[in-house]
Each structure stands twice: as structure tokens, then as C-alpha cells.
Design a protein around this ligand. Structure first.
Ligand code: C2E
Ligand code: CA
Ligand code: CA
Length: 852
């Protein structure tokens, strides 16, 4: 738009200049010699009277300007003896009454009456200027008389023309006007469309203001009368009275809006509004005033308004307001043009091209400059909007990434980077929802020693250790059969989640994990082994708890809670890992009733002991039995593990163990009576070792039954001893000193410290079932078991393999040098009566073998 406007303004300038300086040919037009005669208002004479009057005076110029006058002015001009001259032009359109007379040799030959007061169509030649044709004359005796009266400024710029030459000349001027109107109209439409699109009042005000100027100019040079209201001279006569103040009003309003006076100049704003009011009042007042007075008032009002419009620009510019620069230049041009034209109207300046077209030229410049300014403003606004939008988008992107980071951090532990509890709970919930029938193992790992690590090494180190441990455990869990991924982040695959600062969790397909028992034991071992940190072996004392869906719960919260309960159980402390059992859950309702039932069972002989035989591999004889607790007569069978945990949690373990010991003695007495001289192993809880009177009780019991002396073996698990190693060792030593043999149970199921075991007064080691079950198929296990056997033998322990279910395993163990086996291969744990039958049958079979 700007380039287009610029090139157009250049064309206008060129046309204007060419018109201003064009050399008019001598044959085609003449400025006549003119005489004039002024008559006071109301005095009217006929053409004949005028002709013979003696008041004629010579006129210095052919373009007289009498200013505002109500006088009637007569002009007399000689038509030169020139064939070419046949047209009189009065290059002014605002004359109310124009009478044209042709006088040949003193005789009136032609008369034409016209003017603004008559419809346009009445003119001899339809042109915005007054044109009077006549036949050419060569005699030199022809004169033209003009009688002119008007309420506005009385200007009569007269030219004698050759008709053809006039129209040739006029067409150039018309083109010029067309360009001028073109500029204004396109600016009007352009800004109108901008207004319609943007709905910003400034554009509409500019349209109205420019339209006002268009009307003023069109009115002034007669185009409006010719084209818009040719049949309405009354409009033509009063048009200036409302177009000028309206144009001024809209221009004031536009300037106010364009310069943002409300914000940038409150005082100026008030002044401008005052002028708007004055001009508006003017429109009303001029409606009732006589034309020339009204016109003078209008111009008198327009001049200070225009001056105001001219000064506010520089004022605001001076104050450093943008936009004011454009505005100043635009209004400078218009004001100058208008001032020139106004001065011309008042008769202060002579008629010439600049004075005649001053306002047009000025307004063309103004319109173009302001259009440029508005375009610049539009561009700026769009730029601002684009920038604002970009800033908004950038802010949005920043917010989004902040949100993502928040979500990210909301779902990850800041220290370990692992998914956090919220994330874990969500994933577990999803898993359960997706496959409610699948058995999912919720595994919780708690680092018991972390607090003491922090106390010893400080927070910084403990954080590093925790980080290391989390990576380590994540790597361990990844290898676990049935492990379920917890997603990826920053290129890390997660199998582990951080529940809190020292608790971790993962989820496995329980069925898959259970079929890989060994792998689970290995994973637990790996998790429980100390962390290598700066050359130190830092024990974190990890404990694992497992809850399985859907049996232990169907929602993530209670499953996690139950896994945590299992992890916190003594069993987990002893063995490193524990599975959730409702009976062990001191927080479950069902457990409460079970506690009282157990109490009753203990008091009413509701419990029973079963025995499982131990076979000496060298002699092939049953040399021992293990007493295992049973709770028959319940609707819902309760396993020995559960009974023990329940007893341990409620303090019932003390009477329970003492009951078991007493029962065992009775039981062994029965065995002895039936000729079976076997040892009897009894499981002792670590809690018992903490009872201060336990050694005393045992000693008393044993001395009361000397026949069992040395034949009742106490089984303790290594991990149980670790809870309170010093006291446990003390108790065991005092028991050993009293002649009680000690057996280390579940060896290899957890984290074993041989250096500690070496201190224990044990005579026997029982290798845990988990190492024996897959012995036939797992080379790895064979190596461990073989090493254990050899090592234990070198330390002087007898070695018992637990959980032997197959002949192959038994044979292997025999080859490995294992001393004894125990397991379903021989017999399940049986009530004494059944065991006696089993023993009898076995003895019979052996005898048959010998005899056979
Ligand atoms: P434990 O001391 O390791 O006992 C051996 C467990 O292995 C017994 O489970 C036994 O039934 C089972 N078992 C034996 N041979 C095989 C086999 O070939 N295959 C398989 N799969 N299992 C075999 P039970 O009777 O359920 O006892 C569980 C645990 O409860 C015991 O583990 C022991 O820690 C505890 N417990 C049992 N009775 C008592 C008790 O009177 N006092 C205490 N303090 N703990 C007891
Ligand atoms: Ca045992
Ligand atoms: Ca065992």
C-alpha cells in the first residue's frame, strides 16, 4: 500500500506542477481587459442601464476577489477580434447569481442567467465552473457584460477561451481532480475496510474526516453540485455551512484518537473536546443564520480549530509521543493549504493556482501522510499483536514445559530419579484393572540401615549411597523373571519405584516369579548384599515384603500397605523376605479374632506337634525328627509360619515355645518307649532368645527330664540371630553350656555372615530348601551346596539338607558328602501316631531287605 501511495502522490505532484507552470498558448485563451461597477445591496439595474452607466472603473486584474460582499458587481469586458475566442470561463463555482450578456455594437444580443441558486441543468454548458459560449467575433465591437451577486466570497476569475482549447486544458485539470478524488476515495475505502476489520474507531473517524474534506473540496470547486446534487441549488448553497464544521469535528475527534490524547495529553484532550462542542454548536447556529454571516462564522471557527489541529501535533511530538511526527507533517501540509485558501477567500491573497488549490494540495498530502501513518500504526499494531502472540506462545510453551517438568517431578523421586509412590500406585492400579485375574506380586524393599548410615557418613554420602543402591536394585530387578517395567525416563528403564526415602517397590507377575524360586532368592540376596561405596562395604540391611493380588487385596494402596506389613515382619527380618499373611497383619481385623483363638488353643491343647524325620545318609537310618507346629480343627487352615508370626507379634511365642518344648519332651518319651532313639529338633524364635528367663526355664525343664539330655536340638535361623547378635549369642552360649545342641536353620536363604556363624555354638547346619529344590537341574546351586557342605565340614558342623523331594537330589547330596536329609521324599511332617506307623513300616521294610 505504501509504495502504491507513494507513486501515486508522485504522479499528483507531477500533474500539479505541470499544471502550475504549463504555458498557455496565446491563440487559445486571453485574460480580458475588464472594467467593473459595484452596486450596493438591493440596488438593481438592467443590462442596458449598466451598459450606459458612467460608473465603470478599470480592473487591474482579470481575477478579481471582492471577499464577502452582498454588493452586486458588474463586469464589462471587450471580446478581442479573434476567430478563436468563443467561450468565457468563470473559474469559480460558488456564485449565487451570474447574468451573462453579449453586447454587439452597443446592442444586447444574448442573455444567460444562471448561478448557484438555479439547478445545475440550467447552465449553458454543464461544467463545475461557469461557462458561457458565444459566437466568435472579428469586428472588435463586441463586449460582454456580467452581473454577479453572491452570499459567499465574490471571486470572478475570468478567462476567454477557444472552446476546444478550454476542454483540452480542462481535461488535464479534471484528470488532476480525478487523481485527487481517487486518492481520497481509495483512502476512505481502505480505512473503512480496516475499520470494519479491526473495529477501531480511529479508522472510522479518519474515514469521516477525509470524507468531510472530500465534500468541502468537491463543494468548493463545484464538482459536488455537478455530480451529487445538480437539481438542488438549496443544498449547494448551504453545503459549505455543514460540511466544514463536520469535517472539522471529525478531524478533531480523529486527531484526539490518533494521538491518544486521553492518555498522552489530558489537557489537550479537553481543549479538543471543547472545540468539537463549539463546532457542533456552529452547525446548529448556522442553520438559522444568513449565509454570508454563517460562512464567516464557520471560517472564523475553522481557522482556530485548524490551528489547534496544527499545534497539537508538534506539541505531542515535542513531548516525545510517537505518531505525532507523521501527524505534524500531515497537518502542516493541510493547514498551510487551508490557510492559503482561507486567506484567498478573505481576499488577502490573489487568485492563482496555489491559492485556488491550496487546500486540495494540502489535503492530498495530509490524506496520504495520515494514511501512511495509519498504515504504519496498523503495521505496528499487527507487529505488537504478533509479538504479543509470540510472547504468549513462548509463555505457553514455558508453562507447558514447566507443567511437564512438574508432572515429571510429580511422578519421580528427585534423588533416585525413580518413579515415585504416586506413579507406582497408578501403575499398579492400571495393571490390576487391565488384568484383574493375574496374580501380581507387589514387592516392597526397605533399607533398614539407611538411617544409621546417614548418622555415620552424613547426608551427602547417604544420598550418594541411596542413589547407588537404587541403580543397583533397579539392575537386579530387571533380571527378575516376571518383573514388570515401570516405564522409561531420560533413557532409563525403570523396574523399581521409590516409595519414600528408604523404601522401594516393584511389581512382578507372581506366577512367573514363583516358578523361578531360585532367581527370587538370588535377587533377594543381591538386594541384601552391602553396597560398595568408596571402597567401603556399606550394609543397608534390606528387607523385602510381598503382597499378592488378588488374594491379598485388589487395590494398589492396600496391596502396598500389606507388602509393607510383610516387609516389617519379624519373618522378613529373619529371612530377608516375607509374604503377606493376614494372620501376621497386626493391623487386620481377622487377625484380632485369630489372636484370641490362638490364645485359647494354647490353653486348651488346641495345638499339635507334627514330626518330620531326618535321615542319616551314611547309615541310612532315621536319626532325628523335627517338631513342627500345627493348628488343627480350624475352618481355615493356618500354616506354621503364620502361627509363629502371630505368636511373635502378640507375645504368645513365649508360652507357645514352652508348650512346644514340653510337648516335644513327651513326644520323644513316646518315641523312646516305642524303641526309636532319635534326636528331636525344636524351632526356637529369636524372641525366645530375648526372654531373660528362657535359659533358666530350659535348664530346669531339661534337668527335670534327664533322659532327653543332649537330644533336644534348638533350631535357630541365622537371620533371626542378627536382630540382636550380642544377646542372642550370649543366650545360645549359655544354652550350649547347659548341653543343648544348636542347629543353624535355613542356611543360605538370606545374607549369611560366616564370620558370625563361626562364633555360634552350633553343631549342625541346615541348608535351606531354596538351594536344594532345583539341585538336580542347577549347576550353580550344586556349586553352592557343595561349597557349603565342604566349608561346614571343615568347621566341624554336621550338614542337613532340607526340602529333599526327589531321589536324584538325595543321591546327589549323598555324593556331595551331605550328612543328613529331610523332606517330602522321606515323609511329610506327620502326627506322632502316623510317624510311629511310618517308622514301623520302614523298619519292617529294612528287615525284609536284610532277610531278603
Ligand atoms: P522350617 O523350620 O524350615 O521347617 C521346615 C518346613 O519345610 C516345614 O514347613 C516343612 O513342612 C517344610 N518341608 C519339609 N520338607 C519339605 C519338602 O520336601 N518340600 C517342601 N516344599 N517343604 C518341606 P512348616 O511345617 O509349614 O513350617 C514352616 C516354618 O514354621 C518352619 O520352617 C519354622 O520356621 C516355623 N515353625 C514350625 N513350627 C514351629 C515351632 O514350633 N516353633 C517355631 N518357633 N517355629 C516353627
Ligand atoms: Ca526348622
Ligand atoms: Ca528350615
Amino acid at each position: 500500500m505504501t509504495r502504491f501511495q507513494r507513486s501515486r502522490s508522485l504522479a499528483v505532484l507531477t500533474l500539479l506542477l505541470s499544471l502550475a507552470f504549463s504555458c498557455r498558448g496565446a491563440e487559445t485563451f486571453r485574460f480580458p481587459d475588464v472594467e467593473f461597477m459595484r452596486l450596493a445591496p438591493g440596488v438593481q439595474i438592467s443590462a442596458e442601464e449598466a451598459l450606459t452607466s458612467s460608473d465603470w472603473q478599470p480592473l487591474e486584474t482579470s481575477s478579481p476577489n471582492f471577499g464577502y460582499t452582498l454588493d452586486t458587481v458588474w463586469f464589462r469586458l471587450n471580446v478581442p477580434a479573434d476567430r478563436q475566442i468563443d467561450l468565457l470561463e468563470i473559474a469559480y463555482s460558488q456564485l449565487d447569481h451570474v447574468a451573462f450578456y453579449v453586447v454587439d455594437n452597443g446592442k444586447l444580443t444574448e442573455a444567460i442567467i444562471t448561478g448557484d441558486r438555479y439547478p445545475f441543468t440550467q447552465r449553458p454548458i454543464l461544467n463545475r465552473h461557469f461557462l458561457f459560449p458565444f459566437s466568435p467575433d472579428t469586428s472588435g465591437n463586441r463586449k460582454i457584460l456580467l452581473e454577479i451577486r453572491t452570499e459567499g466570497t465574490l471571486q470572478v476569475p475570468m478567462t476567454l477561451w477557444n472552446t476546444q482549447a478550454f476542454f483540452e486544458h480542462a481535461s488535464v485539470e479534471e484528470q488532476l481532480h480525478a487523481v485527487y478524488y481517487g486518492i481520497l476515495i481509495s483512502v476512505i475505502f481502505f480505512n473503512l475496510f480496516v475499520f470494519l476489520a479491526l473495529r477501531e474507531p480511529v479508522y472510522l473517524l479518519y474515514v469521516l474526516s477525509t470524507f468531510g474534506y472530500l465534500l468541502i473540496i468537491g463543494n468548493m470547486n463545484g464538482t459536488a453540485f455537478q455530480l451529487i446534487w445538480p437539481g438542488s441549488p438549496e443544498i449547494q448553497n448551504r453545503a459549505m455551512l455543514f460540511t466544514v464544521p463536520l469535517a472539522v469535528i471529525f478531524t478533531l475527534l480523529f486527531s484526539r484518537s490518533f494521538l491518544r490524547l486521553k492518555q498522552t495529553g489530558p489537557l489537550l484532550n479537553r481543549v479538543v473536546l471543547g472545540f468539537v462542542t463549539l463546532n457542533a454548536a456552529m452547525v446548529v447556529i448556522t442553520g438559522i443564520l444568513e449565509y454570508s454571516t454563517a460562512m464567516r462564522l464557520i471560517v472564523a471557527m475553522a481557522i482556530p480549530s485548524t490551528l489547534l489541529l496544527t499545534v497539537i501535533g508538534p506539541l505531542q511530538w515535542f513531548r516525545g509521543k510517537p505518531q505525532a511526527g507523521y501527524y505534524t507533517m500531515a497537518w502542516g501540509a493541510l493547514s498551510l493549504g487551508s490557510a492559503i485558501t482561507a486567506a484567498n477567500k478573505y481576499g488577502l491573497l490573489p487568485n492563482n493556482f496555489i491559492t485556488t488549490y491550496g487546500m486540495e494540495i494540502g489535503s492530498a498530502f495530509e490524506v496520504i501522510l495520515l494514511a501512511l501513518a495509519l498504515a504504519a500504526r496498523l503495521y505496528q499494531e499487527r507487529q505488537d499483536k504478533v509479538e504479543a502472540r509470540e510472547a504468549e506462545l513462548a509463555a505457553m510453551a514455558a508453562r507447558r514445559s514447566a507443567e511437564l517438568k512438574l508432572i515429571e517431578s510429580a511422578l519421580h523421586n528427585p534423588l533416585t530419579g525413580l518413579p515415585n509412590r504416586a506413579s507406582f500406585e497408578m501403575q499398579v492400579s492400571d495393571l490390576i484393572r487391565q488384568s484383574p485375574k493375574t496374580r501380581h506380586g507387589i514387592v516392597v524393599i526397605h533399607l533398614n540401615n539407611l538411617q544409621s548410615v546417614t548418622k555415620t557418613l552424613g547426608h551427602q554420602n547417604s544420598d550418594r549411597i541411596l542413589e547407588l543402591a537404587s541403580r543397583n536394585m533397579n539392575a537386579i530387578m530387571r533380571e527378575l523373571p516376571g518383573i514388570i517395567s515401570l516405564g522409561q525416563h531420560n533413557g532409563r528403564n525403570f523396574f523399581l519405584a521409590s516409595l519414600d526415602s528408604e523404601t522401594f517397590a516393584c511389581v512382578v507377575d507372581a506366577s512367573v516369579a514363583e516358578s523361578a524360586r531360585r532367581a527370587v532368592v538370588h535377587a533377594v540376596d543381591a538386594v541384601r548384599s552391602p553396597i560398595d561405596y568408596l571402597g567401603m562395604q556399606v550394609p543397608l540391611n534390606a528387607q523385602v515384603g510381598v503382597a499378592i493380588s488378588p488374594v491379598n487385596g485388589t487395590d494398589s494402596t492396600s496391596l502396598i500397605r500389606r507388602a509393607v506389613i510383610a516387609e516389617g515382619s519379624d519373618r522378613a527380618r529373619e529371612r530377608g523376605i516375607a509374604y503377606y499373611k493376614p494372620s501376621r497383619d497386626s493391623y487386620s481385623a481377622g487377625r484380632l479374632t485369630m489372636v484370641s483363638e490362638l490364645q485359647q488353643a494354647l490353653a486348651n491343647d488346641g495345638l499339635k506337634l507334627h514330626v518330620q524325620p531326618k535321615l542319616d545318609l551314611k547309615t541310612g537310618r532315621i536319626t532325628g525328627m523335627e517338631a513342627l507346629i500345627r493348628w488343627p480343627g480350624r475352618d481355615q487352615p493356618v500354616g506354621a509360619d503364620e502361627i509363629i508370626v502371630l505368636a511373635e507379634q502378640t507375645g504368645l511365642i513365649k508360652p507357645l515355645t514352652r508348650w512346644v518344648l514340653e510337648q516335644s519332651l513327651q513326644l520323644r518319651s513316646c518315641l523312646l518307649e516305642t524303641g526309636h532313639v532319635v534326636d528331636l529338633s525344636v524351632n526356637i524364635s529369636p524372641n525366645n532368645l530375648r526372654e531373660p528367663d528362657f535359659p533358666l526355664f530350659v535348664k530346669r525343664l531339661m534337668s527335670a527330664h534327664p533322659q532327653h539330655s543332649g537330644a533336644i536340638i534348638f533350631e535357630v535361623t541365622e537371620t533371626s540371630m542378627m536382630q540382636d547378635p550380642v544377646n542372642a549369642l550370649k543366650t545360645l552360649n549359655s544354652l550350649a553350656n547347659a548341653g543343648i545342641p544348636v542347629s543353624i536353620d535355613d542356611f543360605g536363604s538370606g545374607y549369611s555372615s560366616l564370620s558370625y556363624i563361626k562364633q555360634l555354638p552350633a553343631s549342625e547346619i541346615k541348608i535351606d530348601r531354596s538351594l536344594i529344590t532345583d539341585l538336580a537341574t542347577r549347576e550353580e546351586d550344586r556349586v553352592i551346596v557343595q561349597t557349603t557342605i565342604d566349608m561346614c565340614h571343615s568347621l566341624g558342623y554336621l550338614v542337613v539338607a532340607e526340602g529333599v523331594e526327589h531321589e536324584v537330589t538325595a543321591n546327589m547330596l549323598k555324593d556331595m558328602g551331605c550328612d543328613m536329609i529331610q523332606g517330602y521324599l522321606l515323609s511329610r511332617p506327620l502326627p506322632l501316631e502316623d510317624m510311629l506307623i511310618w517308622l514301623a513300616e520302614r523298619r519292617k521294610a529294612a528287615l525284609q531287605q536284610v532277610s531278603g
